[in-house]
Design a protein around this ligand. Structure first.
Ligand code: NAP
Length: 303
């Protein structure tokens, strides 16, 4: 049976990924949208979340595609109304916000799913399986992309709660925390803040266990979303945001990018099992980076 779902925040990721994934799935029916400015043809549209929750008691599931800053109030309203909720990444502005949502979901007996779309990339499960019985010697993340290309005019990323370069960087951290056989913790960081902005445009991170990361939003030309994990048995190389996996240059896993269908299939599984799926470990690393990070000021940034 197809489950009715409402989609909230009809912006870039909703249009690029969520609507196609829902529309293509037999498990889901897009039954309503909530947006201050946009509608989806053939789908009932609301401008206000509380109006949708009141008018459509037949919709049990809400997927929130908003930026992290306004997301908590929307999620809280949905959970209070007894709806199951799916959150875009990062699941909130702060760890405590998401913990509050998780407690509310538990008290209401509904599902909360904090999605990490990069964990659904095609090489991630293979990397996790291969590393599961290995000792990691060192690892390095290179996440370098052009913010003007991927977040055109999205000023929220540079506002408090928007996380700056950690908005894409947390995708790498969601993979790292998924594939490493033993957890690591941050030991040092340098964060580069544009003189006119409140969040960093670049970050260099050092973790325990020889793990390092470089995130940079000023990349021109070729973009890099790479993770290398070295062990005595060989080096796992994840490329294209985790979508291709090699060991010492030999392809092991990969394929067409279809992260969002995987997320909606997982939400359906959570509903059937009556469980939540909330892992905050990527956000812990980001919070630690803001806590430990040495700040340096760099040239102002304008879209
Ligand atoms: P976006 O296009 O800038 O915003 C999404 C929508 O959220 C907007 O169109 C707007 O919808 C609503 N919104 C924005 N600010 C709001 C506010 N203050 N109050 C209420 N609604 C507001 O952002 P996005 O790129 O789709 O990203 C949204 C989330 O998806 C982020 O957490 C991001 O990390 C994640 N994500 C993005 C990408 C990507 O490639 N862009 C990829 C993966 C994940 P209405 O005008 O319809 O109300």
């Amino acid at each position: 049976m197809s489950e009715k779902i409402a989609l909230v925040g009809i912006g870039k990721i909703a249009v690029d990924q969520h609507i196609p994934a829902i529309t293509a799935s037999n498990e889901w029916t897009l039954a309503a949208t909530v947006s201050r400015s946009a509608t989806v043809e053939g789908v009932e549209g609301f401008a206000d979340i509380n109006a949708m929750l009141a008018a459509r008691p037949d919709i049990n599931v809400v997927s929130l595609c908003l930026p992290p800053q306004p997301r908590f109030a929307y999620a809280e309203a949905c959970l209070q109304a007894g709806r199951h909720v799916m959150l875009e990444k990062p699941p909130g502005q702060t760890i405590a916000e998401v913990q509050a949502l998780e407690a509310l979901a538990t008290s209401k007996g509904v599902t909360l799913y904090a999605t990490w779309h990069s964990r659904a990339a095609k090489g991630v499960a293979a990397a996790k399986a291969w590393l599961s019985d290995k000792a990691v010697q060192r690892a390095h993340i290179t996440w370098r992309e052009d913010v003007r290309k991927w977040h055109p005019d999205q000023d929220w990323v540079f506002e408090p709660g928007g996380m700056g370069v950690f908005d894409p960087g947390i995708n790498a951290l969601s993979i790292l925390t998924e594939i490493l056989p033993q957890p690591v913790h941050l030991v040092g960081a340098e964060l580069s803040f544009p003189a006119n902005r409140d969040t960093p445009i670049a970050a260099d991170l050092r973790f325990s266990g020889g793990v390092t990361a470089e995130f940079d939003w000023r990349q021109q030309g070729p973009q890099s979303w790479n993770i290398d994990v070295a062990t005595v048995a060989g080096t796992v190389q994840l490329r294209d945001g985790g979508n291709r996996m090699m060991i010492d240059g030999n392809p092991v896993a990969g394929g067409d990018l279809d992260e969002y269908p995987t997320l909606y299939a997982q939400m359906a599984r959570c509903l059937r099992a009556g469980v939540s799926d909330v892992d905050l470990s990527p956000m812990v690393h980001v919070a630690d980076a803001f806590s430990l990070g040495k700040r340096q000021e760099v040239e102002p940034f304008h879209f």
